[in-house]
Design a protein around this ligand. Structure first.
Ligand code: PLP
Length: 457
């Protein structure tokens, strides 16, 4: 048996979200990532690539960051893991306190888990159990936003269904109530053309999207446990971006209906949209916040669900009121150490200020995409850029999914030293915050040229 890693991978590995036949097709050669430094990944042949999707939206301060790597190594010398069930440790206690303070959850608590899906799953179960044991067992419904994605565990799938991803699991999912995604470019209520390059500036918006939530709560509010939302940017929906004031508009409606607001900030948290939480931009304080991805700066898998003390109070008591939920690696000390170093880096390097500067560079550079005749929408929030390519700009007719446009453009970009993954006909660029202005400009340039080439074919 050959010991070549590619050969072994082809025979034994199973990659997420990856069609087998494409992976195993003759001639396909994936990038074997060997090392990384800053915003650059290096493959086993020594070729360098800009990490244009921050290693699936996780990496913030760059690869090989001395503070985060050092914190993990120092923790490793003490202990790699011990149980969090009935035991405590310093990195966990300090991280919980720092997260609550930094994210506006004091008084409040952090419930640790393994990733984004489990952070959302914990929030869903906490909401249901809270009502179950605090006099409102009829509140079992989740209101969710169309096109939302919250992870791949079955609870998370129930509140974030995708026809393509989740068709087979339909019999296993619990019923929910959906409201339309308030994604302006494909707004079902308003077909007006955007006034400016920013497609979120519409002439005739009457906030029908907020009205839709009000109507859903009117109908189902008494039985609703929570409204689940990705604040301001719906990642896997295609980096669709909500209009200013949508979250601020729906949050009081949810509260008046007596339901919880669960903010899934797995993508948007830790500065990705320019503020520590995207909810902050709207002056909204959710009842639960799910965090993962950037929590450890993109170094180790970890999730956290932030919960207000008033909610935790609903679990005070004995065995019968306990949250019977957790994982073997809950509160893993290495993850906690990495997450603390991540938060320290935000302070030490004034990362939010850097993000503002890099986001402006990204905004300026990305205007070039409007020169593509197929550019339908070029939208940005902080360090998230999406370029939605359409067959016809006037009608906004999308490219068929089978054209796999973003995939083909991503492959072309890879040949020129940029790694990024879009979805359908929409290109994404989410640079690590440590990227220099020149690196951001180069990412845009490579992606633009790749789009130009593939669209011309
Ligand atoms: N929530 C959002 C908004 C996400 O974008 C994702 C992943 O992309 C998840 C949850 C799931 O996170 P994970 O892949 O870490 O389980």
């Amino acid at each position: 048996m050959s010991s070549d890693a590619w050969d072994l991978d082809r025979r034994h590995a199973w990659h997420p979200f990856t069609p087998f036949d494409e992976w195993l097709a003759p001639g396909h050669e994936p990038v074997f990532v060997e090392s990384g430094r800053g915003a650059v990944l290096v493959d086993r042949e020594g070729r360098e690539y800009l990490d244009g999707n921050s290693s699936i939206w996780t990496n913030l301060h760059g690869h090989g960051h001395p503070r985060i790597a050092g914190a993990i190594k120092a923790q490793l010398d003490r202990i790699a893991h011990s149980s969090y069930l009935g035991l405590a440790h310093e990195p966990g206690a300090r991280l919980a306190a720092e997260l609550c303070r930094r994210m506006g959850f004091d008084p409040g608590r952090a419930f640790f888990s393994d990733d984004g899906s489990t952070a959302v799953e914990a929030a869903l179960k906490l909401a249901i159990q809270y009502f179950h044991q605090n006099g409102a067992p009829e509140r079992t419904l989740f209101l969710r936003v169309g096109g939302g994605y919250h992870g791949d565990t079955l609870g998370a799938v129930s509140v974030g269904r995708s026809e393509v991803f989740h068709r087979a699991y339909a019999p296993l999912l619990f019923p929910t109530e959906e409201v339309s995604s308030p994604a302006c470019y494909r707004c079902p209520h308003n077909r007006a053309q955007p006034e400016a390059a920013d497609a979120r500036t519409y002439a005739q918006c009457n906030r029908e999207c907020v009205g839709e939530v009000a109507a859903a709560l009117e109908r189902r509010g008494a039985g609703t446990a929570a409204f689940v939302i990705e604040p301001r940017v719906q990642g896997a929906a295609g980096m669709t971006m909500h209009p200013e004031g949508y979250l601020a508009g729906v949050a009081p409606l949810v509260r008046e209906a007596g339901a919880f607001l669960i903010a899934d900030e797995v993508l948007t948290g830790f500065g990705r949209t320019g503020t520590m939480l995207a909810s902050e931009k709207e002056g909204v304080a959710p009842d639960f916040v799910a965090l993962a991805k950037g929590l450890t700066g993109g170094y180790l898998p970890m999730g956290a669900t932030l919960v207000r003390e008033a909610v935790a109070d609903g679990f005070r008591g004995g065995l019968e009121r306990t949250f019977f939920h957790g994982h073997s690696y809950t509160g893993n000390p290495l993850g906690c150490a990495a997450a603390r170093a991540n938060l320290e880096t935000f302070e030490a390097e004034r990362t939010l200020e850097t993000i503002a500067v890099r986001a402006e560079t990204l905004r300026k550079a990305s205007q070039v995409f409007w020169t593509l005749p197929n550019a339908g929408d070029v939208r940005q929030e902080g360090m998230i850029l999406a370029v939605e390519l359409v067959r016809d700009r006037a009608t906004r007719e999308p490219f068929p999914a089978a054209a796999r446009l973003a995939h083909r453009i991503g492959e072309e970009a890879r040949r020129h030293g940029l790694l990024t993954r879009g979805l359908g006909g929409t290109l994404f660029l989410l640079p690590p915050y440590c990227s220099s202005d020149a690196e951001v400009e180069r990412m845009v340039d490579i992606l633009f040229r790749a789009a130009q080439k593939v669209l011309a074919e």
